[in-house]
Write a protein that binds this ligand. Structure first.
Ligand code: NAG
Length: 338
């Protein structure tokens, strides 16, 4: 079954409002029941006061020592320019590349953003690795057509493993990136990507698979916000994207899926809410990119003088990226990259 990404802003707000109502009702109910509610559910009061608190459900995370290993399948026709952006994005998870990035002292970087993930620990106390490596990229020329189901994404990964084009890797995340002309079940409807698991019978293993699509034609206002705005949303001037709307939308959603897949790979890791529509490490912080964010405003960002492009993190080869806030299990808050 699929784990849904990007529960809409509206349902998030509704959730918070309904939680507030539940608490208000509990507090205003006369007699002993209000005391009972207060004593037995202090965490409810806590949750409304803070942000979406993630709960650890006791299952495994991707915590094998080493690195999180990414395998990419480029599905359809993606431009060389976009592929270079994404490849540089993955190179940016290596801290040694940070030195060449910027003259600013201690600049915000992609590798620093990912470090928060190390605060996610499994039952044995092991952390999700603080580094990500792109191991292999392969291309696929529309072998399943231009309109595909979620299950076909997982089947595609299984097929590549069965044919020994990709290895079985317990710390692996197998990401299928679809080009802008490919529609995927629920992509751009309720989500900008998803992650799931797939059993590979021949190898006797389960692997973690994911999908992210180029949103530039189908739903830039939804999946590449704040670099594009929804047709019927609140008035907001879209920001200038550093690498192009499609590529920067991909980056935001790849970051979201990586964090969710590493910390909730089998749907019993860190999440909040319903197991079928969970809020995970990044989706729990939806719409937040910088300090001072509120619905409709991404928060304070850096701006490139020459291009006016907005970003919040430096990456390899002089790249600038925009990364979403990540929930930090230590501070119990959504942390923006700094
Ligand atoms: C950046 O913004 C300024 C002020 O709005 C404008 O004058 C300038 O032309 C913009 N530069 C680019 C490259 O768009």
């Amino acid at each position: 079954m699929a784990t849904m990404l990007f529960v809409g802003e509206k349902s998030h707000q509704l959730l918070m409002i309904s939680l507030a109502i539940v608490v208000a009702l509990a507090l205003t109910t006369p007699g002993s029941s209000s005391l009972h509610v207060k004593r037995s559910h202090p965490s409810v009061l806590h949750t409304t006061a803070k942000t979406n608190q993630l709960i650890y459900h006791g299952g495994p995370l991707l915590t094998k020592p080493g690195t999180i290993n990414v395998y990419l399948i480029w599905y359809g026709r993606n431009s060389q320019k976009d592929k270079a952006t994404i490849t540089d994005f993955f190179s940016s998870f290596t801290p040694t590349n940070d030195h060449s990035i910027s003259r600013i002292q201690r600049p915000p970087t992609v590798s620093k953003w990912w470090k928060t993930i190390q605060s996610y620990k499994d039952k044995a106390g092991s952390s999700v690795p603080g580094a990500v490596r792109l191991i292999k990229q392969i291309s696929n020329d529309y072998s399943l057509g231009k309109n595909i189901k979620r299950a076909q994404i997982a089947d595609l990964v299984q097929n590549k493993i069965d044919n020994n084009l990709l290895p079985v890797d317990p710390n692996g995340i197998y990401l299928v990136l679809t080009s802008r002309d490919v529609t995927v079940e629920r992509f751009c409807m309720s989500s900008c990507g998803f992650h799931d698991t797939k059993t590979v019978p021949a190898k006797g293993n389960q692997v973690v698979v994911g999908h992210v699509g180029d949103p530039s034609l189908q739903c830039p206002g939804f999946c590449a916000w704040p670099y594009a705005v929804p047709a019927y949303g609140p008035p907001f001037k879209p920001l200038v994207s550093p690498n192009g709307v499609g590529a920067d939308g991909l980056v935001i959603n790849i970051a979201t899926i990586l964090a969710g897949a590493a910390t909730n790979p089998f749907r019993d890791g860190y999440y909040q809410g319903h197991v079928e529509a969970p809020l995970e490490a990044v989706t729990a912080c939806q719409g937040k990119f910088g300090e001072g964010a509120f619905p409709g405003f991404p928060g304070k960002l850096l701006e490139d003088r020459a291009s006016n492009a907005s970003y919040n993190a430096y990456g390899a080869n002089g790249r600038k990226f925009l990364l979403p806030a990540m929930w930090d299990p230590v501070s119990f808050s959504c942390k923006v990259v700094t």
